[in-house]
Design a protein around this ligand. Structure first.
Ligand SMILES: Cc1cc2nc3c(=O)[nH]c(=O)nc-3n(C[C@H](O)[C@H](O)[C@H](O)COP(=O)(O)OP(=O)(O)OC[C@H]3O[C@@H](n4cnc5c(N)ncnc54)[C@H](O)[C@@H]3O)c2cc1C
Length: 401
């Protein structure tokens, strides 16, 4: 790691504190206009902040208890692609509303035919004048039941090779004839996370295409890479739930750290949490020093997901039978962030939701492939369907099934 954490009297910190004094409870508009909503973005939205300034802004907003308004899927996944690859019309129509949390976004990638093998998707987008017509089905789409918009990847050229025939679009979900969203119940029973989304002759203006036709695979990989960076933080539920520190404070508050076995497990979790934190700093250091981000985000996500599961499991176990009953935790609820994920970062809902964390944002096995191939230089996994006319490959695949 090669950067210093800015000291308390750093002028950049003082400037932000001065602004926060004048705006102790900023509105979405004020935060966006200040550049603090997305500091790393270029003006007029952000401050073109390097990673170090971004960290300072994050720390100062956290300290002042100021939450950002943009929802995480818009902020981390879709809006950066729109900024870089969107048309002027689409940026004018969608960007600010997404960043101010007025419109929610979802990511329409996975399909019943497979999520890990994303490029095998079957949803089509066919050009019709200055529109595209979308047909197909997505599944496991987080928040689609609330979302106004989605970033969808669909096949625009069925005869091109598997990865070359894909394109990405922004699709409006609310009040759009032909779009059907069906929530899927999950075992938290709390609020629907997942949905299946059907597209039946849905018209999308060509100005809503992101990037060039056929560029959908590259854009999807960029979006997933950026998502992993944000979902590999220390702490449960992709970093939005309790941390090992929260657990240790909780255990201490009910005297459980006197149990040597519990103390040992807690210490191991604390060490893991620190390792993940340092991996995140290393990634930040690469950014500060303008190095291309490596596969560290996959490593951090791969470690953070089971780490969170283990710490929620220990929190439940120390409560004995009471751990089976919602609302019986004797620990204080961990962080304000737990509310951001629809309550999934709380001790109870976080525990029920935690099995999903090693699947979403790339399964453990797929991340291991990324690390094996890109970090360790192991041979790449063979994909016989990657070459040639995709529609022919699909026919043989369906015949074999
Ligand atoms: C909490 C959560 C939120 C999600 N949100 C979204 C969302 O908003 N939008 C969206 O599009 N999708 C979303 N998903 C779907 C997610 O991206 C997929 O579940 C994931 O990509 C796995 O795909 P799959 O479920 O089709 O499983 P499959 O890809 O069918 O995998 C099944 C099993 O096979 C293993 N496997 C697959 N390929 C390989 C391989 N090459 N090598 C070794 N093992 C392999 C997998 O690890 C897994 O264990 C979400 C999932 C979860 C759990």
């Amino acid at each position: 790691m090669d950067f210093d954490i800015a000291p308390e009297d750093d002028p950049r910190r003082l400037e932000i504190r001065g602004w926060l004094k004048q705006h102790p409870k900023p509105t979405a508009r004020e935060l966006l206009d200040s550049g603090y909503e997305v500091p790393h973005w270029p003006p007029p939205y952000g401050l073109s902040a390097n990673a170090e300034l971004q960290l300072i802004v994050d720390e100062e907003l956290d300290r002042a208890g100021v939450r950002r308004f943009g929802h995480l899927v818009a902020q981390n996944n879709c809006a950066p692609s729109l900024l870089t690859h969107g048309t002027a019309e689409a940026k004018a129509r969608y960007l600010e509303k997404g960043l101010m949390g007025e419109e929610l976004w979802c990511q329409l990638f996975s399909e019943p035919s497979g999520g890990s093998d994303l490029a095998a998707l079957r949803t089509t987008a066919v050009r019709d004048g200055d529109h595209y017509i979308i047909n197909g089905q997505k599944i496991w789409t987080s928040l689609a039941n609330h979302a106004h918009l989605g970033c969808i990847v669909a096949r625009t050229d069925p005869h091109a090779a598997k990865h070359a025939g894909l394109s990405m679009f922004i699709v409006e979900l609310k009040n759009n004839p032909g779009v059907t969203v069906n929530p899927i119940e999950d075992m938290t029973g709390y609020e629907n996370e997942f949905n299946e989304v059907f597209f039946d002759n849905v018209r999308v203006p060509a100005t809503n295409r992101l990037g060039e036709e056929g560029d959908g695979w590259r854009l999807s990989m960029q979006m997933l890479g950026s998502e992993r960076v944000h979902m590999g933080k220390p702490g449960a539920v992709w970093g939005y739930g309790p941390t090992a520190r929260d657990l240790i404070d909780g255990l201490n508050s009910i005297g459980k750290l006197r149990d040597v076995g519990v103390a040992e497990e807690a210490a191991k979790l604390y060490i893991e949490g620190e390792m993940i934190r340092l991996l995140n700093y290393r990634r930040l250091s690469d950014q500060v020093n303008a190095k291309r981000p490596g596969p560290e985000s996959a490593v951090a996500k791969m470690l953070a997901a089971p780490h969170g599961q283990k710490l929620l499991d220990l929190a439940k176990r120390v409560h004995g039978q009471a751990g089976l009953i919602a609302g019986e935790a004797q620990f204080a609820e961990p962080t304000a962030e737990s509310k951001e994920m629809g309550g999934r970062g709380s001790w109870d809902v976080g525990f029920w939701f935690s099995p999903a964390i090693t699947l979403g944002v790339g399964t453990q096995e797929v991340l291991k492939n990324v690390v094996g191939e890109r970090l360790l230089g192991l041979p790449r996994e063979l994909d016989p369907s990657a070459k040639g006319d995709w529609s022919e490959n699909l026919k043989s695949r369906d015949k074999a099934a």
